[in-house]
Design a protein around this ligand. Sequence first.
Ligand code: JFZ
Length: 417
Amino acid sequence: MKSREERTKWFLDDRFGLFIHWGLYAIPARGEWVRSRERLSIEDYQPFFDEFNPIHYDPRAWAKAAKAAGQKYAVLTTKHHDGFCLFDSKLTDYKATNTPAKRDLIEEYVEAFRSEGLKVGFYYSIIDWHHDHYPKYGDRQHPMRDNEHYRGEKIDFNQYLEYMHGQVRELLTNYGKIDVIWFDFSYDEMTGEKWKATELIEMIRSLQPDILIDNRLGGNIMANEPEIYAGDFYSPEQIVPPQGILNEKNEQVPWEACITLNDNWGYAAHDNNYKSPKQVIHALVECVSKNGNMLLNVGPNAKGDIPEESLDILEAVGKWMRQNGESIYGCGASFLSKPEWGRYTQKGNYLYAHVYDRGIGPIYFQGLKGKIKRARLLADGSELKVQTPWMAEQYSDIANGAFIDLPGAELPDEWDT
Ligand code: JFZ
């Protein structure tokens, strides 16, 4: 079996992926937690199942948008907490095949993303608000957590575990090679072996030896000796970890920050709080500058369209990536500390300077005196002059610094690099 280092190589080179939250909750359009937040019963939620008919579903178009944005892999919700399956599971009737969609939407997704040359991931919720044998009353997440009808209900959690393990087996057997499995999520005592996690991991590795697994089955990926189920990468949510992720031995742990474009994962019709392309680009650069990945989320609507606002952001990010992707792919943290004017990313002998605070005059590179062979503007490949400004010898010597001229006025703001 490959080591984690070998398995995660492609992932850490690719750096940028697309997260897709899509399911029945696209219809109420109030986010993927709507059932829990509004305490909807399965019956309350049934109309969305009965009418689920995404007539615009075109995973090729999704894949093309991701590719044009510079994303190299994708992760789609095969089943979210509501338990609804986009795939044709033999173990449940609660699946896309039995809705007006009438087909296995995961099969089409895998086919589409693969043929656009992207790597393919499955999000799979280990929480399940639909299954008879998943804890309800008193479970802190469950839509029926305070519904007296379910107090003292007898469940057989092992039946749920058999179902859950069985679905993971289906997902990792029926769709060819899968690159990432993204479990979500452990909480309170519902963690690790409660999910029979060791057994689950052993099955996964026997079916898909090279697949990457996130860290949300539980365990401690930062430990000296992480559990077998502690995962291949750490998954911070809605935050870029300030110092990157180091384990107890002070070694880098692969990580991937998952980030929404507005304030919801699933489609939310009235959520217009979108980030700007610039914020997204800066977040991506920040991740890479700390040895991390970014998984950027979209929530397609009930018809299967990615919202226009999200597509616009992806497009703008793509434009930047076409000019500056070299500073992202295969790059990581620099040996230099963060400069005053922005951030560094680095790949071997190539140092990428992301200049956010342009100031006036040349850009100062602490510690690089005599070490810069040549400098180029990444956006257009044009030469930048390395030269010490008049009278600057004395103070630049102190910190062993070097200066690079930037073409001042001509440099448009959004180039930022
Ligand atoms: C989970 C999901 O509940 C959410 O719907 C979405 O899919 C997201 C990517 O993952 O959200 C979480 C999971 C874990 C924590 C917070 C939100 N947590 O541990 O703090």
